[in-house]
Design a protein around this ligand. Structure first.
Ligand code: FDP
Length: 337
């Protein structure tokens, strides 16, 4: 006799889509109106569109510079401009985003007067790697809009107010790592289907690692504390699993993603050239620190928790240290000596 097919009993051949995951998280939340889900779906649409263009950039004449310089004083790549426009368009069409802040624009933009959320994003991080086919990414965070606050003021919130954050890595695969405050989950894009499927449930950053990630070319510009710390992680001490291996891609998303999954430490400290650090607080450091904390890791400026730093300007820079609890604690000890 043939066994009858029972969909609920059979192991599923279809993975959990990102959309289903987001909707599942919202179901039953008191006061959930679907607006947050709509906003997150808009962001993931932007990521899918950027993914498609990044993959075909070399064929579509999308590599190279536009000839302009952005608010950071950096040369703008054609893909930067494209990714930025995609983000603004999907956020505006969602009607859920009150204020948007982008790495590419000096001012915050009001998109929907009655939107409930603020979105801060770096549409294409690591752009100096675009032309050489190295992993790049998108970083974002979502905050609640504050009644009566103007565009810039409404966005100047510390990371401890974040309600969701994530990043996409456009690498050998495109992976979106997301947290809505209930742990961190990773989704990999199936390009044939055009959907993200859950591939890394409940990401946990190991309590310690064996890799350090820093631009060691800046050594001559560091203060002695950073020099001592790098000498420490490079010393020979097999019992304590030193020396650490060195990995540095030069794309924050790629270096952070590896550190999140494998443990260890990523650091971009202040130096003589960048006395306040190089990375931006609102749309790079805060979302990453939020994800690391949600995954059991840590995110600091070397001494203080990144999530407690209140931005004074939209494009404030900060030293950034991300990683395993133990590795970040050791780094902090060196800074406090
Ligand atoms: P990029 O200059 O290529 O845009 O956010 C800026 C950033 O990349 C990060 O992605 C990366 O971690 C860092 O700068 C790399 O800086 P260095 O080249 O100074 O190491």
């Amino acid at each position: 006799m043939k066994e009858s097919f029972s969909p609920s009993a059979a192991p599923s051949v279809v993975g959990t889509t990102l959309e289903a995951h987001i909707m599942g998280g919202m179901r039953g939340s008191p006061g959930a109106t679907g607006e947050f889900t709509t906003l997150l779906n808009a962001i993931t649409l932007a990521v899918r569109i950027i993914h498609t263009r990044v993959r075909a950039a070399g064929l579509a004449g999308m590599l190279g510079y536009t000839g302009e310089t952005n608010v950071q004083g950096e040369r703008v790549q054609k893909l930067d401009t494209f990714a930025n426009e995609v983000f603004f368009t999907v956020l505006e069409r969602s009607s859920r985003c009150a204020i948007a802040v982008s790495e590419e624009l000096e001012e915050a933009r009001v998109l929907a007067e009655d939107g409930k959320y603020v979105v801060a994003f770096d549409p294409l991080d690591g752009s100096s790697n675009i032309d050489v086919n190295i992993s790049i990414g998108t970083i974002f965070c979502v905050l609640r809009a504050r009644d009566g606050a103007g565009a810039a003021l409404g966005a100047l919130q510390p990371g401890n107010q974040i309600v969701a954050a994530g990043y996409a890595v456009y690498g050998s695969a495109t992976t979106l790592v997301l947290s809505t405050g209930q742990g961190v989950h990773g989704f990999t894009l199936d390009p044939g289907v055009g959907e993200f499927f859950l591939s890394h449930p409940r990401i946990h950053c190991p309590p310690e690692g064996n890799m350090y990630s820093i631009n060691e070319g800046n050594l001559a510009r560091w203060d002695d504390k950073i020099k001592k710390w790098t000498a420490w992680v490079k010393r020979e001490d097999a019992a304590q699993r030193y020396p650490y291996g060195h990995r540095y891609v030069g794309s924050l998303v790629a270096d952070a993603h590896r550190t999140l999954l494998k443990g260890g430490i990523f650091a971009y400290p202040a130096d003589r050239k960048n006395p306040k650090g190089k990375l931006r607080l609102l749309y790079e450091a805060s979302p990453m620190a939020y994800l690391f904390e949600q995954a059991g890791g840590a995110g600091t400026n070397g001494v203080d928790r990144i999530l407690d730093v209140v931005p004074e300007g939209l494009h404030d820079r900060t030293p950034l240290v991300l990683g395993s609890q133990r590795d970040v604690a050791v780094f902090r000890q060196f800074m406090l000596e």
